[in-house]
Design a protein around this ligand. Structure first.
Ligand code: ZN
Length: 319
């Protein structure tokens, strides 16, 4: 059979809603980015003669999530211009949106390093805000976290990303990660970790500096052995749509290793849409699909897993 020529840019249908009284939180998402992402999907669809794709605003996206049982989200701003966007969204939707703030590891590499060679000779796309030094960018994270303590509930996403990263960038990332670890401890906030192809480096750094009391691996991508290390140290695992992908049995089986009181669920929207809608635009209303995959891996009722993630979210972030 011929491969589909153009990918489907439309929204995936809403999953079956969680039962009345069962509510969950998407503990890592980028709702602000879903809007322009959908706008781009719509542009591409029209260009290819496909049906237009509706572009929903933040309020509509949150309402769609609530309609299926996702009562809240942690919106993560991890580029300098997005920090206040996340805080403002939390101010605009009290009790529904909470903010996570950090300078993403890939962003940390760009700050104040204009002109540095890109890893593996790939072009580096500097933006005007990269003129700001990493120290000043992180100071902005700290300032907002102190100014909006009710809105900012976590420092993240921070960590290391060794996907196409050279040695120089690795060292910059490690130092940036360490600065975030110190900040999370200083502010007594939980920390969300971005770990892409960097399990060893992330764990080494956490153990060397001492992990914050509540440490969460966002979009968990580790294997069983790594999950055992996480379990030993009381770290939390947050599962995204990747836990539902066919080849990722180790990811979803990690849930059983750390146990129900250490797992959470997220979208990381607009990317990483869960099965059976991999490749579509992701948004918080997709959470129940990922919950289903986790429940199957744990061989537990969906409701039990959903409620476990809800109470873990409360224990970790206080929301
Ligand atoms: Zn993210």
């Amino acid at each position: 059979m011929a491969k589909t020529k153009h990918r489907d840019r439309s929204w995936a249908p809403a999953p079956e809603a969680l039962p009345e009284g069962v509510r969950v939180v998407d503990d890592h998402t980028h709702v602000a980015s879903v809007v322009p992402f959908a706008r781009e999907m719509n542009r591409q669809a029209i260009e290819r003669g496909q049906a237009p794709v509706p572009v929903y605003g933040v309020g509509e996206l949150l309402a769609q999530a609530q309609a299926v049982g996702v009562e809240g989200v942690i919106d993560v701003g991890c580029e300098l211009p997005d920090l206040m966007t996340a805080v403002q969204m939390a101010l605009d939707h009290p009790g529904v949106v909470h903010a996570g703030l950090a300078i993403h590891p890939n962003e940390a590499v760009l700050h104040g390093h204009r002109g540095a060679a890109g890893p593996d000779g790939l072009p580096v796309r500097y933006q005007p805000w990269h003129e700001t030094s990493f120290e000043d960018a992180l100071a902005q994270v700290e300032r907002l976290a102190r100014q909006y303590p009710r809105q900012v509930v976590t420092i993240g996403e921070t960590g290391m990303d060794l996907f196409r990263t050279g040695t120089e960038a690795l060292e910059i990332q490690r130092e940036a990660f360490r600065a975030h670890i110190a900040l999370a401890k200083e502010l007594n906030l939980p920390m969300q970790i971005h770990d892409r192809d960097a399990h060893r480096e992330v764990i080494e750094t956490l153990l060397k500096d001492g992990s914050p009391e509540r440490t969460v691996f966002h979009s968990w991508s580790g294997d069983i052995e790594t999950a055992q290390i996480a379990c030993e140290h009381g770290w939390y695992l947050s599962f995204s749509g990747t836990a539902s992908f066919k080849g990722n049995a180790q990811i979803r089986d990690s849930a059983a290793v750390v146990g129900l009181d250490h797992i959470m669920v997220e979208t990381d929207a607009p990317y990483l849409a869960p099965m059976p809608y991999r490749g579509r635009t992701n948004a918080p209303y997709m959470i129940p699909y990922t919950l289903r995959a986790l429940a199957e891996a744990l061989d537990l009722p969906l409701v039990e897993v959903a409620q476990a993630t809800r109470s873990t979210t409360r224990a970790v972030y206080g929301v």
